[in-house]
Design a protein around this ligand. Structure first.
Ligand SMILES: [Fe+2]
Length: 384
């Protein structure tokens, strides 16, 4: 069976990536709309970007309105500013939200109609060039063909997708992630690890996504604790930034599975941040999934050094699950209870959550197919 593999057209990474990228960014246009949030303005990250644009004679306008998960209203505001100011390309700066918003703004510059017309659809026309600069490690949005935008009228989250919304340039400069607070480092780091493990054990995995997934897992396991405990450690931040990028490339092509499927309802109902919800689930979900392909999980155990000579694949897979749980503990991932969620309320909603999780389609990519009861059992075990 043949496989298609989609990656950003350009990737610039490593020390001083932002400083050296100006000459390439210049080729994308004359005036950028910088899509970001207020915190990025306050902590000076926007200044770092505008300095590079100025040095290269690039004009810009700043839209710092992406202060929550992006909505159709935010996208409309961005489109208006882009058009009013005669911009001809986009620079997204921030975590997943500004990058997702910029993808949708770009898509609606070159495609007719409203953003809500494209719910669940592939975006047909190429968007203007988009430079994505992640400040967390991370969602991997700098490398993916997906964007999630909330439809505020119908109160649903829309998935828009396709090769036309992959950023033109993923600009991965770990210096931009140094300001990420510890809890965000933990949550986004486990999100990236989840992308990588899910990609490697997805039914849609392919040889090239495997390469990126295993490399991401190795980097993240070796560096997340250090990035969490010593946020100024450039080497650890750089490895995490690369790991998150690799994990993004992996799931862009192999998709996510049960953990993401089950975490979305927790996020939607209880407002748990995406990475934390994944981290709350990852141990129990992996424990469920390992039976589907112990040899795949054993391979991951080998990559992170959890494999001992002579043990069975299943024992290696179990050792991996323990290591993942230990990592989550070491970086203080909260439980549902720690997060202040009421047990009774959680159980009341569990049936619908299980249905929503399965309806998202992601759990069906899991190597061991979960039933609705399996999903309910896993949600229940989060309280034991
Ligand atoms: Fe994710």
């Amino acid at each position: 069976m043949a496989h298609k593999f989609i990656v950003p057209k350009n990737i610039i990474s490593g020390k001083n990536a932002l400083g050296e990228a100006g000459v390439y960014i210049k080729e994308f246009g004359e005036k950028a709309l910088i899509v970001t949030d207020n915190i990025m303005v306050q902590i000076g990250n926007v200044d770092k970007v505008t300095k590079v644009l100025k040095e290269n004679g690039i004009q810009y306008e700043i839209y710092s309105g992406v202060n929550k998960e992006p909505t159709d209203v935010i996208v409309e505001e961005g489109i208006k500013l882009y058009k009013e100011n005669g911009c001809d390309f986009l620079v997204a700066l921030g975590g997943g939200s500004p990058i997702d918003a910029a993808k949708a703004i770009g898509a609606m510059i070159t495609n007719p109609g409203k953003i809500t017309d494209y719910m669940g659809k592939v975006i047909p026309n190429p968007m203007p060039p988009l430079v994505a600069i992640p400040t967390t490690a991370g969602t991997g949005s700098e490398a993916t063909q997906f964007t999630i935008i909330a439809d505020t009228k119908n109160n649903v989250k829309m998935l828009l997708k396709g090769p036309n919304v992959v950023p033109t340039l993923a600009l991965v400069d770990a210096e931009m992630t140094m300001t990420s607070p510890t809890n965000v480092t933990a949550a986004t780091g486990i999100d990236a690890l989840t992308h990588a493990i899910e990609s490697y054990t997805s039914r849609l995995a392919q040889p090239l996504s495997d390469t990126f997934a295993l490399s991401a897992i190795k980097r993240i396991f070796a560096n997340l604790r250090t990035a969490y405990n010593d946020g100024k450690n450039f080497e650890a931040r750089n490895e995490m930034a690369l790991g998150a990028l690799e994990a993004g490339i992996a799931f862009n092509n192999a998709s996510v599975t049960i953990i993401h499927g089950m975490s979305r309802p927790i996020g939607a109902l209880f407002h748990v941040p995406h990475g934390i919800a994944n981290a709350m689930l990852i141990g129990e979900c992996l424990e469920f999934a390992v039976e589907g392909a112990p040899e795949r999980f054993a391979q991951i155990a080998k990559v992170i050094g959890a494999y001992k000579e002579g043990i069975s694949d299943m024992d290696a897979a179990k050792a991996l699950v323990l290591e993942v749980k230990k990592l989550c503990d070491d970086i203080n991932i909260p439980t549902l209870e720690d997060f202040g969620i009421e047990r009774g309320e959680f159980f009341t909603n569990m049936d619908k959550m299980a249905e929503d999780a399965l309806a998202s389609g992601s759990p069906a990519n899991t190597i061991k197919q979960p039933s609705k009861q399996d999903v309910i059992d896993i949600y229940t075990r989060l309280w034991n």
